[in-house]
Design a protein around this ligand. Sequence first.
Ligand code: SF4
Length: 75
Amino acid sequence: MMTRYRIRLDRGACEGIFACLVRDDRFVEADDGLATVAGAKTEGTVALDCDDDRIADARGAAAACPVDAITVEER
Ligand code: SF4
């Protein structure tokens, strides 16, 4: 089912543990060794607006992040 949602990743909180990357490939490693979202800038909190059927993947990544750097919000 298509859902509109926003993924946010607080790069200030991220510790580069990469539990997110294996659960949702929209999370990628940036040059500084921390995670970002594909196509986003790499400073501060990054956000990605989505309209697809992959919210479960995003939520799985958020739940797996040990420092709660990822939030997923339906819009
Ligand atoms: S799981 Fe959390 S701490 Fe680990 S890379 Fe992803 S956002 Fe960063």
